[in-house]
Ligand binder design. Structure first.
Ligand code: GDP
Ligand code: IMO
Ligand code: MG
Length: 428
């Protein structure tokens, strides 16, 4: 019985939704600990696709508790929209889905500010979901927390203060601040749907861990988008690394037993920022078209590129990754050539390190690996994969010094090699 963090090791969209869904089979609780509706986690079960943005990806397992932890930024309207979707699909969540009263609320003015900034010269390619401005309010200690929605007087006071603080910014960006009462009214209208979910969730998570339940901490975004460890300033505004699981849910580091790192077999990135192995040619188009690399939240085409092993070694270190779940390797079938970045050349010197402060000028050094053309999506045994696929996986394991214990060969739950026993296999 253990606590496991599932974390993205690249720039997000590694397939966390699918893998968390699979691992939830054996989980008593799944906890989202960071980010907000900037995330889009895709589950494909029996041919039906569900994209969750705030709700944990374990939600389809009706015996599992699902928690939106206090490290999250929650847009109440988005959350209600997700509840509606669960209702439409007859997924029962009453009594097992809870959102922290201490998670911060994304309001319409956060979305407005994010959108206005993205239209200007300082755009970094955010998802325009108001996540950054919401975390700014949190750090400025003027945020609205989910529990504040239960007290209309307090809410009105907090929104009034926040709108007053943001008004000069909004005007400087060429728009008009919203009416305080309109914001309050729109938030209050959602309260009846949200009240049953709002709780002090940290004791729930601590209780589950103390009772030696299987607890899964679901990361959002990825290591290279983390506010401290990512490619700053082209990052998100929260701690997406595995350490965020502690501060975002209320457990201590000694209570986390294992970290599963999600690695896509190639790289993608949405929005601006350095991406040294990016491909802007036919190979990049193959990855985008075959891998369906379009943002699950925004629909934006994702930038695509070769796998970056120095970046992975960095991600293994900053997250403490114990094992890798490798996804989307099926997408590489039919590539005319297959390259992997093994190290970098920085100012004429070669390095095995990910040169996070010199990415603009760093030159990737590639190794060519054998290609394959077989459709591997029906294979369920690693030893039956074509030799070139096995070599690709072994190359990663050797160069990153981390075992690949789960291989995803398609979007569906069943298109997976090595699904069982993530909790049982952990030696604690
Ligand atoms: P997340 O944000 O990490 O949960 O990832 P997204 O859901 O945003 O993006 C991953 C996309 O790849 C989704 O459309 C998944 O359905 C899909 N996917 C996940 N694993 C695989 C896989 O092994 N092969 C293929 N072809 N698609 C996958
Ligand atoms: P999941 O959980 C990929 C990126 C945005 C932008 C930067 C900042 O689905 O992997 P933000 O809206 O957070 O202020 O945008 O971070 N970004 C993601 N990219 N997957 C995500 O989430 C992302 N969440 C944020 O594209 O570059
Ligand atoms: Mg995603």
């Amino acid at each position: 019985m253990s606590s496991v963090v599932v974390v993205g090791a690249q720039w997000g969209d590694e397939g966390k939704g699918k893998v968390v869904d699979i691992c939830t089979e054996a989980a008593d609780m799944v906890v989202r600990y960071a980010g907000g509706p900037n995330a889009g986690h895709t589950l494909v079960v029996n041919g039906a696709k569900l994209i969750v943005r705030l709700i944990p990806s374990g939600i389809l397992h009706e015996k599992t508790a699902c928690i939106l932890g206090q490290g999250m930024a929650i847009d109440p309207a988005t959350l209600v929209g997700e509840l509606d979707e669960l209702d439409r699909r007859n997924v029962r969540y009453a009594g097992r889905l809870f959102a922290s009263d201490k998670a911060h609320v994304i309001t319409p003015y956060h979305v407005l500010i994010d959108t206005l900034r993205e239209a200007g010269p300082d755009a970094i390619g955010t998802t325009k979901r108001g996540v950054g401005p919401c975390y700014e309010d949190k750090a400025a200690r003027r945020g609205v927390r989910l529990g504040d929605l239960r007290d209309a007087t307090k809410l009105r006071h907090l929104i009034g203060a926040a709108v007053a603080a943001w008004s000069p910014v909004i005007r400087a960006l060429g728009d008009e601040p919203p009416e305080v009462e309109a914001v309050v009214t729109s938030l209050l209208s959602l309260v009846p749907r949200l009240t049953p979910l709002i709780a002090d969730t940290a004791p729930m998570v601590q209780g589950a861990v103390r009772a030696e339940k299987n607890v899964l901490f679901e990361g959002a975004q990825g290591a290279l988008l983390d506010i401290d460890f990512g490619t700053y300033p082209f990052v998100t505004s929260s701690h997406s690394v595995a350490g965020g699981a502690c501060v975002g849910s209320g457990v201590g580091p000694s209570q986390i037993d294992f970290c599963l790192g999600l690695v896509k077999a190639y790289c993608t990135r949405v929005g601006g920022g350095p991406f040294p192995t990016e491909l802007v040619d036919d190979a990049g188009d193959h990855l985008r078209n075959v891998g369906q690399e379009y943002g699950s939240v925004t629909g934006r085409p994702r930038r695509t590129g070769w796998l970056d092993l120095p970046a992975l070694r960095y991600a293994v270190r900053v997250n403490g990754i114990d094992a890798i779940a490798l996804t989307k390797i099926d997408v590489l079938s039919g590539m005319k050539e297959l390259k992997v970045c093994v190290r970098y050349r920085v100012n004429g010197t070669e390095t095995d390190e990910f040169p996070i402060d010199d990415l603009a000028t760093a030159i990737p050094v590639y190794e060519n690996l054998a290609t394959w053309t077989d459709d591997i999506s029906a294979i369920r045994d690693r030893s039956r994969l074509p030799a070139a696929v096995q070599k690709y996986i072994e190359f990663i394991e050797k160069n990153v010094e981390c075992a690949v214990t789960l291989i995803s060969v398609g979007p569906s739950r069943d298109e997976t090699i090595g699904t069982s026993g993530i909790f049982d296999s952990i030696d604690v």
